[in-house]
Write a protein that binds this ligand. Sequence first.
Ligand code: NAD
Length: 472
Amino acid sequence: MQSIDKIYINGEFVTPHGSELFDLFNPASEAVIGQVRLADEDDALRAIAAAKAAFPAWSQTSREARIAVLERMHQAVVARESDLLEAIITEYGAPSSRARWMAAWPAQTIRYAIDALKAFIFEESVGRAKVVMTPVGVAGLITPWNSDAGFICNKLATAMAAGCTAVIKPSEMSAWQTQIITEALHAAQIPAGVFNIVTGRGDVVGDVINHHPDIAKISFTGSTAVGKHIVESGARTLKRVTLELGGKSPTVILDDADPKTAVHMALEAGFMNSGQACIAGTRILVPASRKAEFEQEMVAAIAQFPAGDPRDAQTVIGPMVSRKQWQRVQDYIRLGQQEGARLLVGGVGRVEGAEKGWSVQPTIFTDVNNQMRIAREEIFGPVLVVILYADDAEALAIANDTDYGLSALVLSGSSQRGEAMALQIESGRVLVNTLEHEHLAPFGGFKQSGLGREMGKWGLQAYLEPKTLLVG
Ligand code: NAD
């Protein structure tokens, strides 16, 4: 049993003023695996004060000094990779193949922040002026449960690279993963107050961060609804915001695509991270003229995406993180049936043979139109919809007919044709015939998928303000 009863403020593990105990679960068995004592408003205020006090010194450090600290962070997080792996499988339910990537990713994000810092141009001359990129101040970093350690490390390393200090409010559901990362960061001997971690509820600790005048910037990853609330609350003190929010990403299969390859990639994109991914390609657009062929391929390919026990090496789709999330996915599957969509594979209930745990059947609906709620709303589980189109113009119109714009995938026999379509899709990222990621490139959303960008020089810029200096 994990008993997590400390938060991290001003370089020390301290007992929270908050006294609420929150249960941690194993999503595969529904068993309680631990408890976390949550921080409250007082704790948030202490963390903000510590970050504020640390800002003057940290913001003045040289690039070399920051790189040295970030290198220590990187080593310390690498050293905890196997502990993280265990926590990610047990507390989040990621299947072991995915969990291995998730356990390595946090350290990689620190490496990427170091790369961005090394290359960043902090000063340039414009006419008679010098423009100096200056850290904004204390950053509030608020993260979700679907890649807890990675989000914490990416946001923190980037904020620190820019010269900001931080108050981190991770998801309360990932307290074990957060604990491991906090221990690693402590071991890295980062100056006191530069980072503070207060695990607590969003409407308690989060709301203090949203409103506090000493928080200059918020970087938030989570739902669109909470993102909008953060913008509204932060408006009073004109906080800078970076928001990484939800998605309903299209996968456009053009009529020259090889069905087998295209379907496999489309399902991989849709079912990634057990469907609990903001970038998941959950709307699959298929040429109407080849409907039967693509449907058959999907039915055949589903065997390559087994769902169930995350510790089974064969499992590709693990359980949902919580009972609430499981229920939400079940409700959407029922809704799809009520809306008149046809189940091609999957359906309500757990995977076959499972009596406990929050496993869901990978589900694909067909005969879906883009106005149905299952085609418009983010489900955040392994539930995909197939939508037919008549020609490329209609495919593009459907792809863009969404409130979101985080990611898209175009699959075509011709990368030129795919790229021509990609350029017209309203999305922060469009992949053509690949599922690869480029860490130097900006990541973020159009429309209601977010504001601003993370990663690379764009991510770093988001923690800086240009200061114009003219010396007579
Ligand atoms: P959520 O919005 O409920 O919670 C995210 C974080 O915000 C948590 O730490 C939560 O405690 C906190 N929070 C809740 N209410 C708050 C408030 N009033 N003020 C401040 N903070 C508050 O989202 P979730 O359920 O944890 O995560 C799933 C969502 O995250 C999905 O919509 C998904 O698309 C999105 N997401 C986006 C990205 C991206 O990069 N775009 C990545 C992962 C997840």
